[in-house]
Ligand binder design. Structure first.
Ligand SMILES: *Cc1c(COP(=O)(O)O)cnc(C)c1O
Length: 393
């Protein structure tokens, strides 16, 4: 290995460790369920997964994937625009458009690539992008790939957004981008207000609903929850979180999808999703549409979990969704809480800088439809014990 590169890597890693920012991977030996075997420890309560509805390991979803491999093979064989599009991909896109009540949808390999695909493809140098300061990393990277000017507005601050809209009135097009549900705090964008501002100032709106998909609006997302889905130009959804498998999609007008099909680079230059993934997603959507008990259970557990933490005296921040941060502040202490919880059989990851601001470290928890009340009660006992020991409560 090149010596200069080696020394640089060594110094970078040392520096992360000194700042308590170095995070080794945790390894599961079981499917993503309510209780998992992780780093060799059995029966650990899983509060870190985005598998909100338990679809990642649902028998019907697995069965669909297995059948698809037998019918279609393991891989798609090419990028979508060459010869990687199977009728199965088209079926999924029709299904997603119908599910979201929009004209059309286009599937990408992940939510991350969907952001990288759409943002630079619909903006250019004469345009301005207005983006919430706490938007997800993949939005930030998508914006970086665009030649448009950017204005970052204060988190959820509608006065700041209006100010930015006034300042950018000379732009050819303007695009407001926001997370639907913010992934670190679990708060929700005020989409009605955003849409009203957008209409007043002639801007388009894009909502990244990665954590809203399958969770908000009976599964149809945050825009649907607020009843503004027809006034939002671009919705991004993931198939990797509540839907339980892998992928991302853009939902919107037929014209938007037509353009992305011609020009979005991850769509053009990265291989189509394998048929097993597509079939598993179709089965997961079928379940979401026909069995509302999954989302009901998720929200019931969410209420129970938040109330339990609050009663113990924890600060759960501003969350109104299943994403429940337990605010700690100091990076080192957040990691101590994570380690203490793990010793007590609870998997909840510390989230530290640079994922969140310095001094805003937290342990992020996510109850799911898979948890029983007993799972949540056991986890609350562990939080109480470790929280008291560390002086957090
Ligand atoms: C997780 C996430 C993504 C990325 O989705 P993947 O399908 O995992 O690539 C994009 N945006 C937001 C807001 C997310 O939380």
């Amino acid at each position: 290995m090149n010596g200069t590169l080696f020394q640089w890597l060594e110094a970078q890693l040392e520096s992360l460790k000194e700042q308590n920012l170095y995070k080794p991977l945790v390894v599961m030996e079981t499917p993503s369920e309510a209780r998992i075997t992780v780093n060799g420890k059995k029966g650990v309560i899983n509060l870190s997964s985005n598998n909100y509805l338990g679809l990642a390991n649902h028998p019907k979803v697995k069965e669909a994937a297995i059948r698809a491999i037998e019918r279609w093979g393991a891989g798609a064989g090419a990028v979508r625009p060459i010869i990687g599009t199977m009728s199965l991909h088209m079926e999924l896109e029709r299904r997603l458009a119908a599910f979201k009540h929009v004209e059309a949808a286009l599937v990408f390999q992940s939510g991350f690539t969907a952001n990288a695909g759409v943002i630079p493809t619909i903006t250019d140098a004469e345009d301005v992008i207005l983006t919430d300061e706490l938007n997800h990393a993949s939005i930030i990277d998508g914006v970086r790939l665009s030649k448009a000017q950017r204005k970052i507005y204060k988190h959820l601050d509608m006065n700041a957004l209006e100010e930015a809209l006034k300042e950018s009135q000379g732009a050819k097009k303007r695009l407001i981008i926001t997370d639907g549900v913010f992934s670190m705090d679990g708060d929700v964008a005020p989409l009605k207000e955003i849409v009203e501002l957008a209409e007043r100032y002639d801007a388009a709106v894009m909502v990244d609903d990665a954590h809203g998909s399958g969770v908000m609006g009976g599964g149809r997302g945050t825009a649907y929850h607020y009843g503004v889905h027809e006034r939002i130009d671009i919705q991004l959804g993931t198939l990797s979180k509540a839907v339980g498998v892998m992928g991302g999609y853009i939902a919107g007008s037929a014209r938007l999808i037509d353009w992305l099909t011609q020009r979005a680079r991850p769509f053009l230059f990265s291989t189509a999703q394998p048929p097993a993934v597509v079939a598993a997603v179709l089965a997961a959507i079928e379940l979401m549409e026909t069995d509302s008990s999954l989302t009901e259970r998720l929200w019931e557990n969410t209420r129970y979990w938040k109330e339990g933490l609050r009663k113990l005296g924890f600060d759960t921040g501003v969350s109104v969704t299943p994403i429940t941060p337990v605010m700690v502040g100091d990076e080192g202490r957040a990691q101590q809480l994570q380690r203490g919880l793990f010793e007590e059989g609870v998997m909840a990851l510390a989230i530290v800088y640079p994922t969140v601001a310095k001094g805003k470290a937290r342990v992020r928890t996510m109850p799911s439809a898979m948890h029983s009340k007993a799972d949540l009660d056991d986890a609350l006992m562990a939080f109480e014990k470790v929280g008291k020991r560390l002086g957090i409560i």
